[in-house]
Each structure stands twice: as structure tokens, then as C-alpha cells.
Design a protein around this ligand. Sequence first.
Ligand SMILES: Cc1cc2nc3c(=O)[nH]c(=O)nc-3n(C[C@H](O)[C@H](O)[C@H](O)COP(=O)(O)O)c2cc1C
Length: 188
Amino acid sequence: MDMIKRRSVDPVYSMCVQPSFIIGTNNEDGSANFAPITWVSATREGGDGYLLVISMFGTKKTKQNVLRTGVFSANLVSTDMLPLMDYFGSRHAKDGRKNGIPYSVSRGETLDVPVLDQSRWVYECEVAYKMETGDSTTFFSRIHGIQMDERLQCRDTFDVDLTVLDPVIYSGKYHSLGKLLGDIGDFL
Ligand SMILES: Cc1cc2nc3c(=O)[nH]c(=O)nc-3n(C[C@H](O)[C@H](O)[C@H](O)COP(=O)(O)O)c2cc1C
């Protein structure tokens, strides 16, 4: 087995392979707001379900809305949604409604949150815990509902074929997914 030749560098680079979600929230006037958030992960608190973990820095509207209402949708971004993600991420709700690009919105099925019709996988979430680190807030949220693309056939919790979802992978640049390589145990 070859040894990789590495070099030591300052710890200023961020290499974190991130899933891309657009978070949908309710503004005070009932209108919808959307922003991309890629600091997204998962954990558990016992029982069958799991918690979606999202982290936001600064004072952005999306964070204020989640703090105020306690609910949000997390809409997975597929590669065909890149123009939407780029648009939502380059506009701030405080500068006005994000209506410069066409998209359609429905309401959640389990929670009163705005969801993007174009998304192939939508989580409907309610905040259970939060933690502050400097100017960032990390929200641990219960998943009340999932809307998944009808083409997915999931036999169990982890049987999700990401190639159907064609997610955008982010780590400072936008990437797409490669091949499906197998299941746990296939390489033992
Ligand atoms: C690809 C991408 C990923 C982002 N991920 C995050 C994130 O994980 N956390 C965060 O606080 N902001 C993140 N942002 C920044 C917000 O999306 C951005 O500040 C947005 O304008 C906020 O909109 P709002 O003011 O309507 O809430 C990301 C932006 C882009 C383009």
C-alpha cells in the first residue's frame, strides 16, 4: 500500500464534506424565507428517531426565524437546484423578499413550514435543543415528517440510494456525487 505524501499547513483551511440543504422558515408576516445551510448533520437522543443538527452563524434572518418559531424545513438540494441555492445564498432577507428567481412553495404536511416543491427530500423539523458557540447557534431538531421522492424505495432507515437524490456536496465548492459503491459489510 502506498504512503500518501502530505505536507503540513496552517490550520486555516476548511475541508468538511457537507450536504446541501435549503432551510425554509416563516417570517413574522407569514411569508416564507429560504437560505442554504450546509452545516448539517445528525445525532440521536434515544428511541427510534434521530435529531437533525444544523448550525448557523451571525444574525441572518433564517436563524432569527428558527429562534422565534422553533420550526423549519430542510430541503435537500439536488444538482438541478444549484441556481436556487446560489440565489438564496447571495441574498439576505433583510434586504427584501427573495423573489428574483422562479420557484414554488407548499406548506409542510406535519408542521406549518414552507417547503420547496423542487426538493427530492424534505425534513420538517422542530427545535429540541440549541447550543451557542460564539456567534453561532447549533440547533438539534426533532424530525416530525419526511417527504421523499416517490422513486425512492427504502426498505429500512439507512436504505437510501443517494444517486436518485443527486445531492449537491459542498466544501467551499459545489460537487456532485459519484457512483454507489455498496453496503456496510461489502468490503470485509
Ligand atoms: C453554499 C452555501 C452554504 C451555506 N451554509 C451556511 C451554513 O451552514 N450556516 C450559515 O450560517 N450560513 C450559511 N450560508 C450563508 C447563508 O445562506 C446566507 O448568509 C444567506 O444569505 C442567509 O439568508 P437570510 O438572511 O435570508 O437568512 C451558506 C451559503 C451558501 C451559498
